[in-house]
Design a protein around this ligand. Sequence first.
Ligand SMILES: *Cc1c(COP(=O)(O)O)cnc(C)c1O
Length: 422
Amino acid sequence: MPELVDGLDSKSSAFGHVGSSPTAPTGVMGTYRRFPLSIVKGKGCWVWDDQGHRFLDAVSGIATCSLGHSNRALRKALSRQLGKIQHVSNLYKILEQEHLAKWLVEHSCADSVFFCNSGAEANESAIKLARKYGNLSRGIDRPLILAAKGSFHGRTLAAISATGQPKYQKGFEPLVEGFEFFNYNDIKDFERLIDDLERNGPRIAAVLLEPLQGEGGVNPGEKSFFRRIRDLCNEKKILLIFDEVQIGMGRSGRWWGYEQLAIEPDAFTLAKGLGGGHAIGALLVKNHADIFEPGDHASTFGGNPFACMAGLTVAKEIERRNLLSKVQQRSTQLVNGLEDLVKAYPNQLKEVRGWGLLQGLVFQEEWELNSNCFVRSALDQHLLLVTAGPKVVRMVPPLIISAKEIGELLKRIEATMSICCR
Ligand SMILES: *Cc1c(COP(=O)(O)O)cnc(C)c1O
């Protein structure tokens, strides 16, 4: 079996073709190392492969299918929408877009929304906005954006340039200019960087941060670090932009990751969970950052009626089913179970960390097992997991997961653990 890693985390070998099948070419470019598994059907937290095997899904299409698979409300709303209108372009007013924007601004610190189709695109929008803001509001000619080491912001050129992990950048130079990096949760390093860069006047337009680093290893942000960054940004009129693509939209047990940190950003991005499995991205801004004018930015598909109906249905279902408080309960249950596992395997497991239903099981450095091997082994227990770097196994089940299913998830992780330690 070829070495397997999760799609977002994968870096193909320099020459090898790393498509799914080592035998016949599939016609699909080899950008992903895929598991030898074709998922053809899903219901709630469960999926079936083409052989009829059933798997418990703690991946949810990488934190996207928040309502689980084949959700009834989503199916109904979207088939109705397909029968009505699917796409018209932003040449016209789009009611579904306005409804979703209204919901988002009523439930967050933001005042207006730009819609696009993915996380990377949402961050691209944020980066363009930051540069324009730097020009306009701080009078900077070639503005800089500060970002954290270990971050992940997506795969477009600007997004990999903003991503503080060289493995995503290697081979794609020249990168987009204007990004500088500091250590996450290290306020001294952040202050040093700001002092260095602004010694002779304003140069920084924005700070771009994940409230919790997802792909980079499930690292929750620390309140004191973010509090101090918020104060410094206020003082200097630097925009604080959050990448909430993975943690936003209820995954943390609150609507937004910034609520966990008790501060508000000036702007933030969303994607993954927003569409419940359908492609949608968004940049949300407060009034003072609402500086795009007609012609500044656009997306053909962005905010189409279908995608916005998906987003609106996800939002309404999370509210109607009171899923935020359920996420908190299930999270406690999951974390308690995983902590027992860490106690049982002190030489292999280091800790559990995360917020809500985004949890990472962290290996001891000395344990030679790679998280990919663990994830592959979990497949034998009919459990889908995803890595977050070489030493962290990530769990991002649908937000609708039941107490019984969390129990099942824990049982299957325990079984995987005991086999990996044999
Ligand atoms: C997944 C992710 C992205 C990229 O989203 P795409 O939809 O794959 O472009 C950006 N930022 C964070 C925090 C993510 O988790």
